[in-house]
Design a protein around this ligand. Structure first.
Ligand SMILES: Nc1ncnc2c1ncn2[C@@H]1O[C@H](COP(=O)(O)OP(=O)(O)OP(=O)(O)O)[C@@H](O)[C@H]1O
Length: 208
């Protein structure tokens, strides 16, 4: 069964035109393709950061965007989680504060926040601030914050590309274990298919 159905047309003022149609199922799907092919743009369209010129975006049984039906669910009501390459944690909040923020963003947060903290091995970091954490630790917090909001779909934009090779493998392992415990369909944009292929259920490749 399709978890995400995406069929959109979008044009930047610079002239770049995106025309893409695809569906993904549950599990982890990699979105690959050459630099500039529109991967980040697709995530931003799904999240509601950008608005398509025309088309349709459906997650589960919820239509997020439909140009012919004039539906455009606002970003904060899409129940889509985002994880970025550069973590984007709140620097003034502790790890616990960042996780609580994730849980507070929704009416139906994960019911077992302590299991999420244990799965990502964040217990000993809860009172630390992001500035004192390593890149791998920061990304585990960012994954935890996104999952704490219990999204219908998790979007990740190059989540491991800022990490060194050994850390990449570790963060991917944490991600796979956490998504087994909290099964949220996930779309991961990556340049580095080799690192994520072992945990992906599907791969979508955009043409250049
Ligand atoms: N804000 C913007 N204004 C105008 N053009 C943009 C903007 N953001 C991206 N583009 C252009 O749109 C195209 C697609 O960009 P996008 O970032 O989606 O590609 P990508 O596949 O994610 O690339 P990369 O792998 O390098 O991150 C590129 O040609 C880019 O220059």
């Amino acid at each position: 069964m399709s978890v995400l159905s995406f069929n959109c047309r979008f044009v930047y003022p610079s002239g770049f035109t995106l025309n893409q149609e695809f569906e993904i199922g549950s599990g982890i799907t990699a979105l690959a393709g050459p630099s500039g092919s529109g991967k980040t743009t697709i995530l931003h369209l799904i999240a509601g950061i950008l608005r398509p010129l025309a088309g349709q975006i459906v997650v589960g049984d919820k239509t997020l965007f439909d140009s012919s039906l004039r539906i455009n669910v606002p970003l904060n009501r899409r129940r889509v989680g985002l994880v970025f390459q550069d973590y984007q944690l709140f620097p003034h909040l502790t790890v616990a504060g960042n996780l609580r923020y994730g849980a507070s963003r929704t009416v139906s947060p994960v019911t077992d926040l302590s299991a999420l903290i244990a799965t990502l091995e964040l217990d000993s970091l809860l009172n630390r601030y992001p500035a004192s954490l390593s890149g791998g630790q920061r990304q585990r917090v960012a994954i935890g914050r996104a999952i704490a909001s219990n999204p219908l779909l998790l979007l990740m934009d190059e989540p491991i590309s800022a990490l060194d090779p050994a850390l990449k493998a570790k963060v991917i392992e944490y991600l796979a274990t956490t998504l087994k415990r909290f099964p949220i369909p996930t779309l991961v944009v990556t340049h580095d298919l080799n690192s994520v292929a072992s945990v992906c259920t599907e791969i979508i490749s955009l043409p250049s």
